[in-house]
Design a protein around this ligand. Structure first.
Ligand code: AR6
Length: 204
């Protein structure tokens, strides 16, 4: 996919097939948005984002995995904050993780989709990107926020997530690469379909 004004390109790997395990990239001005299947705790990026809860108390899912892999320094960092309201974000060390920082954000618990969840979900992505930018972080990886324990339907959440990231990268930003790390192939494929739709709507 190509657009002269925005230099929008999707590079496909894995034998040119969208639906095989692989990587999909969209170039947006000077930045790259990348989709990848994998474990976020293993990413060699400057910051990974945690799908936390508003008490920053640790938990299951990706939150549990990040605290386990990164060690107690991350919780020490969390305790310096008085929680993190839904849609906002805070930053701590990455402890023993390959990533130097963890940005903790809190997505909404899905109720019916008409209780402000879309706006709160997009705020979680946007506020994480703003904190990254304020800390001169150029490469950041997100999990699929709210689509596990918090029950957000992933087809809707993926479009909202990618719309938020694309809109951010369309502005002047020093962030060079944003990665969405999807834990399973099914989720990765859903995000690939969403990226095709979002890139079409955003760049036509
Ligand atoms: N790497 C990448 N993605 C992962 C990993 C991983 N290692 N592990 C899980 N996921 P969830 P939420 C995916 O439940 O819905 C916690 O208890 C997972 O497959 O982690 O925002 C917190 O403390 C799913 O697609 O986050 C909160 O209480 C996605 O991460 C609550 O869960 C998000 O699932 C937050 O719920």
């Amino acid at each position: 996919m190509f657009n002269n004004n925005l230099n929008c390109v999707i590079y496909l790997f894995s034998k040119g097939n969208y639906y095989l395990k692989g990587t999909m990239e969209l170039k947006i001005k000077n930045s790259i948005l990348r989709l990848e299947q994998g474990d976020i705790t293993k990413q060699t990026v400057e910051a990974i984002v945690n799908a936390a809860n508003s008490r920053l108390a640790g938990g299951g899912g990706v939150d549990g995995a990040i605290h386990r892999a990164g060690g107690p320094k991350i919780m020490e960092g969390c305790k310096k904050y008085n929680g993190c309201p839904t849609g906002t974000a805070v930053i701590t060390t990455g402890g023993n993780l390959p990533a130097k920082y963890v940005i903790h954000t809190v997505g909404p618990v899905y109720q019916n989709g008409t209780s402000g969840e879309p706006e709160l979900l997009q705020s979680a992505y946007l506020n994480s990107l703003k904190i990254a930018e304020r800390n001169s972080i150029k490469i950041i990886a997100f999990p699929s926020i709210s689509t596990g324990v918090y029950g957000y339907p992933i087809k809707e959440a993926s479009v909202l997530a990618l719309e938020a990231v694309v809109s951010y990268l369309k502005k002047d930003t020093l962030i060079e690469r944003v990665e969405l790390i999807l834990f399973c192939l099914k989720d990765y494929n859903i995000y690939c379909s969403a990226l095709k739709a979002v890139s079409k709507n955003s760049f036509q």
